[in-house]
Design a protein around this ligand. Structure first.
Ligand code: ADP
Ligand code: ASP
Ligand code: MG
Length: 817
């Protein structure tokens, strides 16, 4: 004997129903089958809504028409498949059901109420329709209807009854002995209440019907046929990267369904586990797929099996001095709820026994309030118990697997993952078998929580979700590199996608990531301007869990918002020097926000472009080294100009040439003012712990104070020859002293200065020219020979590569989780 159950999704239309019939014909050639059928998809919900409308005096005619049209259309779809006698029979059956439903609805509307007993009778109609259609499709004497309301004996709530398996076994065996069959079609969800009337087994309860029949008959297996290939590590409708799970233990399946995995009704597994009947989940539209096998053994090679969520909950906390040390309070709390059939999804108690928190379905909040008020009237009035604390719109996220028991640190990783997703945890619980760890979170955070946990526990493919602001030379080069590096990223198992690109006028966003082959075109067509609130909403809507703002502008306004971006859960990566050279207060504010939010602020390219200068300085300090002196050539354009001076060029020719080659800023005065180098030096100074402001840097510009540097760029360039003499003299003097002129940034004795200096030939900075940058550090460990780092310190390619490397660093936190 085998039991097969087909859910509403497998009976949604003619196509699925024919697929079911085909499976049954094939399977019945070598086994006797009891087949449990749900209502066609959506039919039960329509009836439930109808009852609600009738009860609340809402006009239900439109809804009634929808139900009638849905059922009749389904029957009509078989016009060319069934005989007219069969069709007439089906239509007559539907007509009778419609009349019965209508009559009851009138009564409900009149009374303004509907008992659970009456509701059960109506809600269970859809299952009969499925059975009648399948009887017609299979049309054979060997196919019979097994009447659930005679064979399944149940008790409890009429809408959520529990089946007595022993009594049911007796009845079904009796029925089987009197009705020989090859295939017995049984409507799911329906049963006979011990008081004699029809009752139902809870929404989605046909799974449970199948389980009790399989248990009662000691079937070879209980197959649950649905619309997916089996159980996945998360709901495949919500997590596109969900992974198929081949085998589960009964306990794991029970926990998964209890904590919200809709694929199985929570009551399904217990009877199967009790009678050791294996359960198989199969796909009606893909019968060849192996499905998921559930038995006592499970699969030890996969310690964690899935993440599930239960939504629309309220977290209720009972607290007060009366709870302390008084035995039996929690027993009273939960028994008063049980008496009113209010089921509790999760319980936690503070170790001081000062409070008890539990989750219930949001719809039950009023009932809980009433129950607790009635039970604790005295304690409430005397202040021994405080008024209930009720948090609505909550959800439980659970991580489930037998391996939780044996592997240290899984729960820690779970909570670290939630922190990574910036999800606040209101309560947590681990079941006593240590198979499940659960967190109660705001429902609006549920998607983020699942996405990040799934990434960390299953796909192991961390993501970097990039928003590039500013797409001039560096920004465009970065996008180019991201496109080119996709194969490398794939090898490293990293998903790096650009979801947003903005310039000063437009913002382009794409839910699937922007196609980097034609982003320029798309950006030109984009309408809105960059607006952080829009980006933030986009991130929330698409559950992006590792968002990074890459600021490739030189904007001060944008830099002033970094702390806000970080507080909103973004990493910030930038070559823009502005933020690090604003006030010391803001400098600390950004870092405090990053620490509090577990986000990174990365700016390696602000000094020396792609050269890992910041990294090197941080590395030395992390090793306990103390820096004594720092000297550097930190400007690619000035390195180029002074190289030409050394080679005998005049200052004006060197500057012109550097400008023509694009080594300087469009207005060379920006380089010659020394301000750019001063900002870089301030960043370095702050990096080694000096609390300085930009004003504290002594700047000697390349243009002497007496020189008139006003006017347009062209005016200025036309006058620049006047400086040739000054530099020729300085150069000659340096040469005579076996030195060369360099624009040097210096930190010595806590003081910072940037200036033109004659550098002795044996100083490592003397060799730095042609656009190279260098950093020379003397420290406890590096003396008398200094630590030297040199290389190209300007240019879009190396800068973009440095930004790329910072982007990869945003994963460090994820990889710890
Ligand atoms: P049926 O109509 O066959 O009873 P259900 O809709 O009740 O089907 O259950 C199947 C659905 O369960 C799937 O379509 C899927 O979206 C959902 N589901 C939720 N969690 C999981 C999970 N962990 N694995 C597979 N499916 C899941
Ligand atoms: N038809 C019922 C429902 O939709 C039972 C089931 O489908 O399992 O809840
Ligand atoms: Mg179901």
């Amino acid at each position: 004997m085998q039991v097969l159950k087909f859910g509403g999704s497998s009976l949604a239309s003619r196509q699925e129903m024919e697929a079911v019939a085909k499976i049954l014909v094939e399977r019945s050639t070598n086994a006797q089958l009891i087949v449990v059928l749900s209502a066609p998809r959506g039919v039960t919900s329509l009836i439930e809504n109808l009852i609600h409308q009738a009860q609340t005096a809402t006009d239900y005619t439109a809804q009634l028409n929808t139900w009638q049209t849905r059922c009749v259309a389904l029957l009509q779809s078989f016009d060319d498949r069934l005989s007219s006698a069969q069709l007439n029979h089906l239509h007559a059956f539907q007509h009778a059901q419609a009349e019965q439903l209508q009559r009851h609805l009138q009564g409900i509307a009149l009374l303004g109420e509907c008992s659970n007993k009456v509701q059960a009778r109506l809600m269970a109609m859809g299952e009969l329709l499925s059975v009648h259609i399948l009887l017609a499709l299979l049309a054979s004497d060997n196919v019979r209807e097994l009447p659930a309301e005679q064979c399944l004996l149940a008790s409890g709530d009429y809408l959520n009854a529990r089946v007595d398996i022993k009594a049911t076994a007796k009845r079904i065996k009796q029925w089987c002995s009197e009705n020989p069959f090859n295939i017995a079609l049984m409507p799911g969800y329906r049963a006979q209440h011990e008081e004699g009337d029809l009752c139902v087994l809870g929404r989605n309860g046909s799974d449970y019907s199948a389980a009790v029949v399989a248990a009662a008959m000691q079937a070879q297996s209980c197959e649950i046929w649905t619309d997916v290939d089996g159980v996945y590590t998360a709901d495949p409708r919500r997590v596109s990267s969900a992974v198929h799970v081949a085998r589960l233990s009964y306990e794991e399946a029970m926990e998964l369904s209890h904590f919200g995995a809709k694929i199985l009704h929570p009551k399904t597994i217990a009877p199967l586990a009790q009678f050791r009947v294996p359960c198989v989940i199969k796909n009606t539209t893909n019968p060849a797929a192996t499905g998921t096998w559930i038995d006592a053994e499970g699969d030890h090679s996969m310690p964690i099996k899935g993440i599930s969520t239960l939504e629309q909950l309220a977290l209720i906390t009972v607290s007060g001095p009366g709870l302390k040390g008084v035995a039996g309070i929690s027993a009273r709390v939960f028994s008063c709820l049980a008496q009113r059939d209010i089921s509790v999804n999760l319980i936690t108690q503070s170790s001081s026994e000062f409070s008890i928190s539990f989750c219930v379905q949001q719809a039950n909040v009023m009932a809980v309030k009433k129950a607790i008020r009635a039970e604790f009237e005295l304690e409430l009035s005397s202040g021994l118990i405080k008024p209930l604390n009720i948090q609505k719109n909550m959800a439980i996220v659970s991580l489930i697997g037998d391996g939780m028991l044996h592997q240290l640190g899984l729960a820690a990783r779970f909570f670290a993952s939630l922190a990574q997703a910036q999800v606040n945890v209101s309560a947590m619980a681990q079941d006593s078998s240590e198979r499940t760890v659960s967190a109660v979170v705001n429902q609006s955070d549920c998607g983020d929580a699942v996405a990040v946990c799934h990434e960390n526990f299953f796909t192991h493919m961390p993501s970097i979700d990039v928003f590039v602001v500013g797409c001039g030379t560096v920004g465009a080069q970065l996008l180019q590199q991201i496109k080119r590096q996709q194969p490398f990223l794939q090898k490293r198992n990293v998903k790096l996608r650009v979801y947003g690109i903005a310039n000063s006028r437009q913002l382009l966003l794409a839910a699937q990531g922007i196609d980097l082959n034609n982003w320029q075109e798309k950006l030109t067509g984009a309408k809105a301007a960059f607006d952080f609130a829009t980006v933030q909403q986009f991130v929330k809507r698409h559950h992006l869990i590792n968002p990074v703002i890459v600021d490739c502008t030189t904007s001060t306004d944008l830099a002033a918002r970094y702390a806000d971006y970080i507080r909103a859960g973004f990493h910030v990566v930038t070559p823009n020097k502005k933020a690090n050279t604003m006030t010391m207060d803001y400098y600390h504010e950004i870092r405090n926000a990053a620490r509090a939010k577990h986000r990174r602020f990365l700016y390696e390219t602000t000094v020396g472009a792609g050269l890992p200068i910041i990294d090197a300085v941080q590395g030395l300090q992390n090793a306990g080294d103390r820096l004594h002196e720092f000297g550097g050539i930190l400007s690619g354009s000035l390195s180029y100009i002074f190289g030409l001076l050394e080679a005998g060029q005049s200052f004006s020719t060197a500057t012109r040439q550097a400008r023509e080659l694009g080594y300087t800023e469009p207005d060379p005065r920006d380089d010659l003012s020394g301000m750019d180098v001063a900002r870089k030096l301030l960043i370095m100074a702050r990096e080694i712990g000096l609390q300085l402001e930009l004003d504290d840097i002594a700047i000697e510009p390349l243009i002497p104070a007496e020189f008139d540097a006003s006017g347009s760029v062209d005016d200025f360039m036309a006058r620049i020859e006047a400086l040739d003499n000054h530099y020729a003299k300085a150069q000659q003097q340096a040469h005579a002293n076996h030195a060369v002129l360099r624009y040097v940034a210096l930190i010595r004795d806590g003081k910072c200065q940037v200036k033109v200096e004659a550098v002795a030939a044996d100083n490592p900075l003397a060799a730095i020219k042609d656009g190279e940058n260098a950093l020379v550090i003397k420290s406890d460990y590096y003396q008398p020979l200094p630590f030297v780092l040199r290389g190209y310190g300007a240019g879009a390619t190396v800068t973009a590569a440095g930004i790329f490397s910072d982007l990869m660093r945003t994963l460090a936190w994820q990889q710890q989780a």
